[in-house]
Design a protein around this ligand. Structure first.
Ligand SMILES: *Cc1c(COP(=O)(O)O)cnc(C)c1O
Length: 386
């Protein structure tokens, strides 16, 4: 059996896979099992921050794998301590909890909010407010946080204590803060799976004020928007807010599984020994990989991300067949007149790999995609949407 047949036979059918088997990559280029070359515009799903088999990243990974690949969290280890230091220094947050995925990073955020509220206001203050059209993960708790019914179907009852409100409606959020006993508010500064929509700036500011007023933790899910993707290190930095908790994963370790939940001063000591844990969380190889990524996400590099972003907006906005271009940094959603699936299939035929977000074509290229490749890929998209 070939790769596709084996996969169909033995892997649970949870993914609607594209008919392509990828076998190797270099930078923003990737090849399938028939030797066809593609320009990758998804970077995993916002995971391969510096593209495929990046030299500096691969060296950091190989070096750590050859020295100490895992210790339990019963011992100290250097890579994860150094990474936590860098994350705190770059964000002003005070502590980090490491896990393995976005869903787990959000689970940790929810636990922090509930324990903060239980310690301070009482155990009945457990409600977590989220936004309609959000996406926070696939565990039963993060599904409960996800404000899209399609993900809930067939899996109820979900974890209780979640309410979702409409983006842009501050009065609705305030009403919930007043009437439900709330612990935290969880938002994606840029809704990813919901169609790549940055939240309106005045709404985010307003929410931050309401959270302060009602002593509800403001928590940003930066699983997709974090780690340089928005053109700032974290997307909340585009909004001038100071969240109490930030969760991230996807691009953090550039292709290895690592989640992180960053805790501000207000909540740095909420979690106590025994209250949370993870066997693989903070794995030294993943942490070394993340350090090699974070060290390179400096201001100059992030300015480059913003420049590439502008290049995309300028190339696509107003083009025939394109209704709108939304997003921030290198996290972009394109609404097309044609069906997004058709556009993607056409792009694939012509050697370009975008993905979908709802009914949009979504671009999440490696943050260091060379301009020449980006321009070439945009030309293919412009043809495909006509
Ligand atoms: C992908 C994603 C998640 C889930 O991350 P996993 O690593 O798949 O668990 C959570 N929140 C957001 C915003 C995401 O984009």
């Amino acid at each position: 059996m070939n790769i596709k047949q084996l996969d169909n036979e033995y892997i649970a059918h949870t993914y609607g896979r594209f008919p392509v088997a990828l076998v190797k990559g270099e930078g923003s280029l990737v090849w399938d099992d028939e030797g066809k070359e593609y320009i990758d515009l998804a970077a995993g799903i916002a995971v391969n921050t510096f593209g495929y088999s990046d030299k500096i990243w691969a060296e950091a990974v190989a070096k750590q794998a050859g020295v100490l690949q895992h210790t339990s969290n019963l011992y100290y280890s250097e890579p994860c301590a150094l990474l936590a230091e860098q994350l705190c220094k770059r964000t002003g947050m005070k502590k980090v909890f490491f896990s393995n995925s976005g869903a787990e990073a959000n689970e940790c955020a929810v636990k922090v909010a509930r324990k903060y509220a239980a310690d301070k206001k009482g155990a009945d203050y457990y409600t977590i407010v989220t936004l309609k059209n959000s996406f926070h993960g696939r565990t039963l708790t993060t599904l409960a946080a996800t404000g899209q019914d399609v993900f809930h179907k067939d899996f109820t009852p979900l974890t209780p204590g979640f309410v979702s409100v409409t983006v842009g409606d501050l009065a609705e959020a305030e009403e919930v803060f007043k009437t439900a006993k709330c612990a935290g508010m969880l938002i994606e500064p840029i809704q990813g799976e919901g169609g790549v929509m940055p939240l309106p700036a005045d709404y985010v500011k307003g929410l931050a004020e309401l959270c302060e007023k009602y002593d509800v933790l403001l928590m940003c899910d930066e699983v997709q928007s974090g780690n340089g993707r928005s053109g700032k290190l974290y997307a909340y930095m585009n909004y001038g807010i100071s969240p109490d908790v930030v969760s991230t994963a996807k691009g953090l370790a550039g292709g290895l599984p690592l989640g992180a939940t960053l805790l501000s001063e207000k909540v740095e000591n909420v979690l106590t020994p025994g209250s949370h844990g993870s066997t693989f969380g903070g794995n030294p190889v993943c942490a070394a990989a993340a350090l090699s990524i974070l060290n390179r996400l400096d201001d100059e590099f992030l300015n480059g991300v913003q420049r590439k972003s502008k290049l995309i907006f300028d190339a696509l906005t107003g083009q025939p067949g394109i209704i709108s271009v939304d997003g921030m940094g290198l996290m972009i959603g394109i609404k097309t007149e044609k069906d997004a699936g058709e556009v993607i299939a056409e792009c694939m035929k012509n050697g370009v790999l975008p993905i979908k977000a709802k009914d949009k074509v979504r671009l999440l290229p490696a943050l260091n995609i060379p301009d020449e490749l980006l321009i070439k890929a945009l030309d293919v998209i412009k043809e495909a949407v006509k």
